[in-house]
Ligand binder design. Structure first.
Ligand code: SF4
Length: 368
């Protein structure tokens, strides 16, 4: 086994494994060897949006909550999370203190989660609560930082996933009169609309504008305040993509993720979480044609698995989550090698106070 880093680099969040040291094939082979050798110590989680060269090694695949919950049920001291930063944080919140969560590349973030930072969130909440006497319940989509999860836990709010968003929003309106929804405006708008809330009862708080770009009157009138955040992958799908597909092939079923814009969800035949999309494709009769509006790795994997159906991406362009793609086999190998040598790095640890309130918010969600 090659020594993949020296004393000066082992602590780095980007271990150097040069192509001169190790060819791509050697990297892949060594991961299999190490995975076998460390099977009692390490569990490897792969998010649905990971590329095949990573997902092939995953012991469990799924969405971020399912993966974190599974990790919490296991006894392996190390969980290597092939996903993005907020997912590794969620796993750390839910697992025991003696379990270490490792993100092979610490730079694997999520552009949506980064759109709601702690200072902006506090500033917004102070302004919004100063404008109205009505109780505002903060809800965050699970795709956010541990700090934001902690914030909603502390302020009588909770967390939602794309599967349970309707249930959680209904609950929020039983607790207060207004909803503040972080960080994905599209999931918030699409779900609230399905629950009968009109578009003119929703406003968008943009942290890059003075007072979020909202007057006290607008806030008093609104039922829902949506944070100005979005997923750059899902926002890439457009209404025109659907119109073109339907022109070419009217029988194709267009199914999209609710992180897509309102226009796209309204024009699609169906929408739902990643788990829902997988389920619909699986259940469909042979010969069914789908155009899917979600991350390309998942769409390609569905197409490879269900060869008796036609499955393609809704967009002619590659809708790839580039931050997820930062977890490459070389970083995975470096992570496993470091565990073997007793010097694991890129261990994601959430501060105790944030962990406490974030766990409170997650437990609240699970109870609902
Ligand atoms: S697909 Fe979008 S929301 Fe999901 S990790 Fe990538 S940037 Fe974040």
């Amino acid at each position: 086994m090659l020594n993949l880093f020296d004393e000066n680099t082992f602590d780095s969040h980007l271990p150097q494994i040069s192509e001169q040291d190790c060819t791509d094939q050697q990297v892949l082979d060594q991961i299999w060897e190490l995975k076998k050798e460390l099977q009692d110590k390490v569990i490897l989680l792969g998010h649905h949006y990971q590329s095949d060269d990573i997902i092939q090694y995953a012991d469990i695949t799924g969405d971020s909550l399912k993966l974190s919950q599974k990790a919490a049920q296991l006894n392996n001291p190390y969980t290597v999370f092939c996903g993005v930063h907020f997912m590794a944080e969620t796993a750390d919140i839910l697992t025991r203190d003696d379990q270490d969560i490792i993100l092979p590349d610490r730079n694997a973030g999520c552009s949506m989660a980064d759109m709601a930072n702690d200072d902006e969130v506090h500033k917004a909440y102070d302004y919004l609560t100063s404008c109205t006497k009505e109780k505002i319940i903060p809800i965050t989509y699970i795709n956010c930082s541990a700090k934001l999860k902690s914030f909603v836990g502390k302020h009588d709010g909770t967390i939602c996933t794309s599967s349970n968003a309707q249930k959680i929003i209904k609950w929020a309106f039983e607790q207060g009169q207004k909803l503040l929804f972080f960080p994905d405006q599209h999931l918030g708008r699409n779900t609230c609309y399905d629950l009968g809330i009109k578009l003119d009862e929703m406003v968008v708080y943009n942290p890059h504008q003075v007072n979020g770009g909202l007057t006290p009157e607008q806030i008093q009138k609104a039922k829902v305040i949506l944070w100005y955040g979005f997923c750059s992958v899902h926002q890439g799908f457009t209404k025109e993509h659907i119109i073109n597909i339907k022109k070419e092939s009217p029988d194709t079923i267009v199914i999209v993720h609710p992180e897509c814009s309102f226009d796209v969800v309204q024009h699609a035949d169906d929408s739902g979480s990643t788990a829902y999309i997988i389920d619909q494709v699986e259940k469909a009769a042979p010969g069914t044609q789908f155009a899917v509006g979600t991350e390309i790795n998942l769409v390609n994997r569905l197409a490879q698995k269900y060869t008796n159906k036609t499955i393609k991406s809704l967009s002619p362009y590659q809708c790839l989550c580039t931050t997820m793609y930062r977890v490459r086999p070389r970083w995975l190998l470096a992570s496993l090698n470091a565990i073997k040598e007793g010097r694991a790095f890129n261990i994601i640890k959430v501060a105790e106070e944030d962990k406490h309130y974030a766990r409170m918010a997650l437990n609240r969600m699970l109870e609902i």
